[in-house]
Design a protein around this ligand. Structure first.
Ligand SMILES: [Fe+2]
Length: 496
C-alpha cells in the first residue's frame, strides 16, 4: 500500500533543497532570557568519561527592543556554558555585560553603530561622524590562565566568572593591553612548545589596520604569563580574522581587500561594509617566525577570501596550510536583510590546502573538498602538527552553497569521509572535538555541536562519536529554549 507523503517530505521534494529558509531564519530570533538548569530531557546517554565544560559565544540579541540589527555579527555576545559531570549536564547562559549592552538595555534602543552596518535610528544624519565602537564581546570564549575571556577582535577581552558567567569587566591581560587595544578572537593553542619546556602555549594576535598594518603576536604560558611578544609591520590594509601556527611560524593570509572609510564616516555604511574585495589581486601569505628574530617572508597565491583556517604543519621542508576559501567576500548591502539571504546565489566556503616552499618561494594549492563547509576543528594535540582528521560544519548536499546542517569528518590523508546530517529541520554550529581521556587515537573522542531544531524552535547539544559520525548521535540533549546561531567556543576539562 502506498502511503501519502507527509507535508515535510512533500516540501523537501518540491524545493529539492534540504532546508527551508523560513526554518533557518527562526534560528536568528533573539534569546533575551538567561537560564540556569540541569538538562534532563536527553535522548541517548551522556558518556561518563566526558567531563568538562563547553563554552559557546555568539550574538544573543538580533534586535534592541524591537529595533533590528543589520547583521548578526553586530549582536551582543551571549555566553553559554554546558558543564558535563559524571553523565549529567548543566546549562547556563549570560549576556556579557559590556558597557554598550548595559547602556542600550537601559535606553531600550540602539545607541551605537555596528561594524556590520547596524545604524542608530534617524538615518545617515544621526550616524555621520559617530566613529565610536561598541565592544560586543561576541565571537569566541576561552578559559586560559584561570580566566574566562569573551573575545571580539576589534577590542579588549571581557572577563567573566566561569562558574556564574557574571561579567567581571574588561581585562587588560595584566597590563599588556591599553584602553582601545584589540585582541583577536582566534587564539591557537600550541600543544607542546619547546620554548615552554614542552608545555602548551596560547598564541594570539592583534591587528592595527591602516595604510600599512601592524600585527602583534602574543604567546602565553598556562598560567597566563606572557612568554613572547613581537610586532611586525606589513604593507597595505589588513582585514585578518584568523591565523595558523606551526612550532616555528605564525602564518596570516592577507586577503586582497581595500578599505574606503568615507561611507562609514558620513553615516551611510558600517565600517565592515566599506571593505571591498579585490578579486584581481593575489592573497599575500605572511610567514612570521615565532622566535621574533628571523625575517618574515611574503608569498603570493590565489585564495579568494579566507575567514578561517583549519590547521598548518611543517613537513619535509615545506609548510602546509589547510583553509576554508571563498571565491569572494560575501558583501553586506546596506539596504538588504540578512534573513532573506539567497544561499544559492553565494559561493560556498570550500576546503583547500596550500603548500609553501620557503626556499623556492612557491605556493601550490589544491582543493581537498568541494562540499560547502565552515568552522573547522581537530584534535587539540594536532594543532600545528601533521594531522589526519578534520571535523567541520558542512552543507547537507555535496555541492552548492547552503546553510550548515551537517558535521563532516574528513580524513585529509585519504579523502575518506563520514557525515552526520541534521537536515531537513536542524542547523548545526561549530563542532568541537573533545579527546577521550587516556586515548591516543586521533578520532577517539566526542564531537560536540549545538543544533538548532526548527521544528521545536529549540536547540539541542549533540554529542557524536568521533570514530563513527555516520552512526548518529551518542546523545542529544534537548534544551528548554533556542540559542541563536553562535560563532565560536571552546572546551575545558574543568567542570564549572
Ligand atoms: Fe571566526
Amino acid at each position: 500500500m502506498q502511503t501519502l507523503p507527509t507535508q515535510e517530505h512533500f516540501s523537501v521534494a518540491v524545493s529539492a533543497l534540504p532546508y527551508q529558509r523560513n526554518d533557518w531564519k527562526k534560528g536568528y530570533e533573539s534569546q533575551p532570557n538567561e537560564y540556569d538548569y540541569w538538562i534532563d530531557d536527553i535522548e541517548g546517554k551522556i558518556p561518563a568519561a566526558l567531563n568538562g565544560t563547553l563554552f559557546r559565544n555568539g550574538p544573543g540579541l538580533l534586535d534592541i527592543n524591537g529595533q533590528r540589527l543589520h547583521h548578526p555579527f553586530d549582536g551582543d555576545g551571549m555566553i553559554s556554558a554546558i558543564a558535563f559531570n559524571n553523565g549529567r549536564a548543566h546549562y547556563r547562559n549570560r549576556f556579557v555585560r559590556t558597557e554598550g549592552f548595559i547602556a542600550e538595555q537601559e535606553a531600550g534602543k540602539i545607541l551605537y553603530r555596528g561594524v556590520f552596518g547596524t545604524q542608530k535610528p534617524g538615518g545617515w544624519l544621526a550616524n555621520a561622524f559617530d566613529l565610536k565602537l561598541k565592544n560586543i564581546a561576541n565571537t569566541n570564549v576561552i578559559y586560559w590562565g584561570g580566566k574566562l575571556l569573551a573575545l571580539w577582535e576589534a577590542a579588549e577581552p571581557y572577563r567573566l566568572d566561569p562558574k556564574t558567567l557574571n561579567t567581571i569587566g574588561i581585562d587588560y591581560l595584566d597590563g599588556l593591553l591599553k584602553e582601545g587595544d584589540s585582541f583577536a578572537a582566534h587564539p591557537r593553542i600550541d600543544p607542546s612548545c619547546d620554548y615552554n619546556a614542552g608545555e602548551p602555549v596560547l598564541v594570539n594576535f592583534a591587528i592595527k589596520a591602516g595604510l600599512s598594518s601592524t600585527i602583534i603576536i602574543y604567546e602565553f604560558d598556562q598560567s597566563g604569563k606572557l612568554l613572547r611578544r613581537q610586532s611586525r609591520s606589513i604593507p597595505g590594509f589588513a582585514f585578518i580574522h584568523d591565523f595558523v601556527i606551526t612550532p616555528n611560524y605564525c602564518i596570516f593570509f592577507q586577503n586582497a581587500v581595500s578599505f574606503n572609510p568615507i561611507p562609514f564616516a558620513v553615516g551611510l555604511r558600517g565600517a565592515g561594509e566599506c571593505v571591498k574585495f579585490e578579486p584581481e589581486k593575489p592573497t599575500r601569505i605572511v610567514v612570521i617566525p615565532r622566535d621574533g628574530k628571523a625575517p618574515m617572508q611574503f608569498l603570493e597565491t590565489t585564495a579568494g577570501f579566507v575567514f578561517h583556517h583549519a590547521n598548518a604543519f611543517e613537513q619535509d621542508g615545506k609548510i602546509y596550510i589547510d583553509s576554508i576559501c571563498y571565491d569572494k567576500l560575501p558583501e553586506v548591502e546596506p539596504e538588504s536583510d540578512f534573513r532573506n539571504v539567497d544561499f544559492e546565489a553565494l559561493t560556498p566556503g570550500q576546503f583547500w590546502r596550500f603548500t609553501l616552499n620557503l626556499n623556492e618561494q612557491t605556493v601550490e594549492r589544491q582543493q581537498l573538498e568541494e562540499r560547502c563547509c565552515e568552522f573547522p576543528s581537530l584534535h587539540p594535540k594536532n594543532v600545528g602538527r601533521p594531522y589526519r582528521y578534520l571535523f567541520t560544519g558542512a552543507a547537507h548536499n555535496p555541492t552548492g552553497n547552503a546553510p550548515l546542517q551537517a558535521i563532516l569528518k574528513l580524513d585529509v590523508t585519504t579523502g575518506e569521509q563520514q557525515l552526520w546530517s541534521a537536515a531537513p529541520k536542524g542547523y548545526v554550529s561549530e563542532p568541537i572535538f573533545v579527546p577521550r581521556p587516556d586515548s591516543n587515537q586521533e578520532d577517539d573522542g566526542w564531537v560536540l555541536t549545538v543544533v538548532y531544531d526548527s521544528t521545536r524552535h529549540r536547540s539541542d547539544v549533540v554529542i557524536l562519536d568521533g570514530r563513527d559520525l555516520n552512526g548518529g548521535p551518542v546523545a542529544r540533549l534537548h534544551l528548554k529554549h533556542h540559542i541563536p546561531y553562535g560563532l565560536h567556543g571552546s572546551w575545558t576539562p574543568n567542570v564549572f
